[in-house]
Design a protein around this ligand. Sequence first.
Ligand SMILES: [Zn+2]
Length: 396
Amino acid sequence: MSALQILHRDPGSAARAGILRTAHGDVRTPAFVPLATKATVKGLEPREVSALGYDMVLGNTFHLFLEPGAQLIEHFGGLHDFMGWQHPIITDSGGFQVFSMGYGTVADEIKGRAPVGPDRSGRVLSIEEEGVRFRSYIEGSERFMGPETSMEVQARLGSDIALVFDECTPFNIDREYTARSTERSHRWLDRCLAWHGEHRPEGQLVYGIVQGGVYEDLRVGSTQAIAARAVDGIAIGGSLGADKAQMYDVVGWATAALGDDDRPRHLLGIGDVDDLIRGVELGVDTFDCAMPTRLGRHGVAIVPDPQKRWRVDLTAARHREDEAPIMDGCPCGACSGGLSRGYLRYLVKNKELTGARLLTLHNLAYIARLMAGLRGAIADGTLPAYAAAQRSGAAP
Ligand SMILES: [Zn+2]
């Protein structure tokens, strides 16, 4: 039986709303999952994250493996007790972070930035069938992570949902490499499932990860291969393309190939307002992304302004004397408390912690209301109107 109970479907798209049941409680879907990369949603208390309306956070296997280490977290009773979050936690496998060190990110490639090279301490030393050998970015020691290591770390962390270890290929890689890499990720998937089947971490669900880059036949083949395995859910990962149009194609190939499969689907690393709306229409149930929290820490607020990619950069000089709130009608502390853009600009420019906190809270409040709005619209049968209004700049 699927961990996801689908309660409503949008007749005009693949969108669905329901409840994802985990060992630490339910997640209302579709849902955005804030990042708690290093066992904290940066700057916030767990109860603040919960009060915003979030049911689940995402911890990072790679970072927690290096520091403070899975054994220490296990000593404290697992990640939930360690960080004081008694709700669902999903952990990524570490694959993306291990491989980003070697390849750089898609943004690096598009912008022509060099990936991390031999002059930096964090780098990949070898990628082999067994796994990946790399140098710790913290103290430079040689470390290894393979499918079994990743699953063991996630078992020790005690996350509710573990993601399998995969090779996350960069954007510019050719079809032949992508095909070979996708095949290897499938073999690693089987090793992850074998480890999990043998050790059976209590109550932990396992998601496979669809790879295949930007090649339709590889994406569809990978989706079918993952779906044929005994996975509890299906994540969509790897390179999703160079722009939004290509990303929507890539995600759509996977969700179309899944058809009426009722297992939960997670889209990795996507969180822009328009991408969340389209992702929901394409049949994705959960999303995670650094964007809302990272932007907030850098002085960028999410606002209902499609022309400006739903963003306003409060560090810009034009906000120096700006007396307006970030946005009207927002229940967050900054907006409802009457704090001006000029004041928030001053805080952020001077690296006051309060500025980063207030903008993180505002951005997460915006995305939480958007997701609640999407869930409500699917349930009410009004998704097309709600999505259209959001795309044209309505407040969520
Ligand atoms: Zn606000």
